[in-house]
Structure formats: C-alpha cells, structure tokens
Design a protein around this ligand. Sequence first.
Ligand code: AHR
Length: 496
Amino acid sequence: QAADIRLVVDADQPGPVIHRNIYGQFAEHLGTGIYEGMWVGPESRIPNVRGWRKDVVAALKDLKVPLVRWPGGCFADEYHWREGIGPRSKRPVKVNTTWGGVAENNAVGTHEFFDLAEQLGAEAYVNGNLGTGSPQEMAEWLEYMTAEGHSTLAELRRRNGRDKPFRVHYFAVGNEAWGCGGNMRPEHYIDLYRQVATFLKTPENNRPLFIASGGNDQQTHWTEALSKGIQWNFDAINHHYYTFPSGKWEGKGSAVGFPEAEWISTLANTVKVDETITKNIAILDRNDPKKHLGLYMDEWGSWYDPEPGSNPGFLVQRNTLRDALLAALHFHVFHAHADRVRMTNIAQMVNVLQAMILTTKDQLALTPTYHAFKLYTPFQDATSLPARVENNPVYKVGATEMPELSATAARGKDGKLYIGLVNANANQPAELTLQVGASAPKSVHGQLLTAAAMDAQNEIGKPAQVTPLPFDARAVDGRLTLRLPAKSIVVVAVEG
Ligand code: AHR
C-alpha cells in the first residue's frame, strides 16, 4: 500500500514576493507575431485601436499581461530605431534577415510599441541593439524616449505625436551575445557593455533597470563573468531556457501527435530549468551577496519542429495541453526562486513558438498556454509560501522519470491563500490531502485544466478542447482530499 500523498503548506513562513513580471511576455518582429497577429494597421477592416487588433488586446488584457519585451530577440540586434519613427509611409522597408527573409516595413516602431504597452496597461521592456548598433544610437534612443526638456530629440518625439516621455521600465544591451547577437565571448561583451552603459543616461525618475545579455540553457559561465566584470548601469543578467522534447536543437520533436515518451521527456526537460536557475543563482549569491542583481529568464517556453507547410523562419507551432503543463511547471520553479527571478518572458505572445493566441485573418484561438497563464494570475505580486509534496510518486516512461506532482503556494494580494498543482502523469489521476500548517482547511475553490488527449488543442473555427473547468473540494472528517485527473493543472483558493 502506497503512503498517503500530502501537500503541506507553511502559511506562517512567508517567502519573497512573486513579482508580477514573472508573468511577462515577449513580442518580436518575427513571422506573424506582431504583423497580422497583433498589428493590422489603422486602415484595416479588422477592428483595431490605432492599428492594434481589438480582440487580441482584449484577450491579453484579461490575462493581466504585466510586461512586454520588444523588438527582439535576435531581431533587436539588427533594429535601428530611427527607421521606425515618423510617418509610416516614409519608413524604410528592410529585409528581416533573421526571420524568414521577409519585408519589414517598420510600421511598428517606438510609438506604436508604447501604444500597445499602454493599451495593455503593461510595463515596457526595450531591447537595445548592440550587435549592429553603436553606443551613440542606443544613448540617443533612450534620450528620444525619456527626455523631458527641449532637446532636438525630445522635440522630434513631440513632432511624432508624443509630448510626455515614454516610461521605459527595462532596457537590455543586446540579445544572445553568444549567438545571433554577435557570436561574442563574455570578455568582449563585458567590455562593450561597460562602454555603452557609460552613455545610457535618462532622467532619474525614468531610469530603466539595465539588463546584460547572459547565457543559455544549463550554462553558467556568462553569469559568472558578467556578475564579476560589469560595474555600473547594471541591474540584471538575463538567461534563456527553451524546452525541446528531444533535448536537442536538431530534431526537436513534434508539437502534436507525439507519443507518451515525448510527453514525459518534454516535461522532464522543463523541470530542469530549476537546475540552471539554482546554479546561476549560486554564482550571483557569491558575486553579488547583497542581491542587487536579478536573474531574468527573459525567453522561455517550448520549441518544436515547425508546423509542416509553414515558413520555418516564422517559428509557427501548435499549442496543446502539454504546453499548458509546461508553463505551469515553469511558474512553480520561478516562484521558488522569486528573490532573484524577478522577471521572465515567455516566447512569444502571438503566433510564434509557445503563443498565448493564434490568429488567422480576423479570427483567433486562445491556446492552452493562455489558460494556464490565466489560472495563475492570482500569483502576480503574491507572497510565496513554502509548499512540499510528501510521498510524491515517481512518474516514469521508459528510462525517463520525473516527480509526478508539482506544487506552489502563495498569499495573494487579496489576502487569500492560493495553491497551484500539476499532475504530470499522462494516465494516472492523483489523490492528495491538503495540510496548511498543522490543520486541514475546510474547502478549496478554483479551476482545473485538463483534456482527453495529451495533444488536445484549441483550433480556430473548431470547438476548444482545452478550457478551464470549475474545481471544488470540501473536507470530510477533518481531511481535505484533492483529486487531480491525469495530465492536469489545478489552481485553487483555500478557505477555512
Ligand atoms: O524567440 C525566438 C528566438 O530565440 C529569439 O529571437 C532569440 O533570442 C532566441 O534564440
């Protein structure tokens, strides 16, 4: 007889606050992520506000998107901000050399991006161009966005329709400097960062947090070098972590129609994000013991083989129940490291990689990942609480194994105790008792996300297969038992 599984929450031992920007998003000039997916232009027959699709913005507002990163990604290191201001008809048309070689007409530039952020009520994260830009170009972009007085650049911004400065919350110096951002070694990047950062000046009340471009996957040497080598205008190091079913860049695996072996390999690779975060934080704890620096996981999510028939440079992939669990497992890890992980961005917001929303012409579908983000909104700015699963079974398929259950807990801003749970087992339901401190609560109330198939999805024009359902449980004889279906996420508020 297996021992009882218990979820134990220490409600009187509050941990760090889970920064709402852990639920940040990423919108790059890539495929139909911005153009078509979100931006249709003011002249479009698709209903829009100043060019941004009303339906997409409304769905993202419901998600309480706290932060948007723009314009890339790899695109950022080829983006020249001056080409994206002024009358749109006069902006140069370039080739998006990184993503599909398609025309980039610069219709979305600085003013359009901030309009989107303001429509969403989200903070703005601007990624500067180190790869093909210059210190002067980056410094002048910041001046254009933030200057209050009557400098030529501030007046140019006013002529382009914006009197008050834009509020820039975060600014990154380059992206993936180890790869598409210039194939640099950390030593070279550090010297460039130090040079550029010398000239990144803004009014004090509009100073962004400055981000250095860090490592990838399980790497640690970028965090080690950057945290020792950079000195000023330096608030965080970013780190990217993508999940491939195969664990390999070549032959990543399919987004749909996969066997259970790829279900578990994907989720087992997902929880390894904990290892990289733990290792990189250990370095920061040594080199930055006062905990000034954040570790921002500003690109994460699933990455599959491209959708057959699509432009491989557009990174189009289906989004299934597996992606929803993958997102929830990330949230649990991020919450556990909330003192350093103060911002993350899923890649990406619409139509690209693990998107929230898929669009075709004037239609849209909310993906399973969208619903996972929605379920976890009470965790934004909540205070994390220690939560442990006792007697957690091992879920095993072939040679791959992982803990079957994953849990997180926090005290929400509304004072309620929230719990998030994932049952990764594709076949077996799980039953666990809930204990808060020494006692069993009276009841829980919330939502469940599951579906019949591992690759259930929400396709445009078809009934959605993955939508949240109500989830309730009451204590019986002083014992509160939660019954989680196979392959499910449950988020509940605890009562009593
Ligand atoms: O999100 C897609 C790409 O992945 C980004 O542009 C790049 O930073 C990363 O390699």
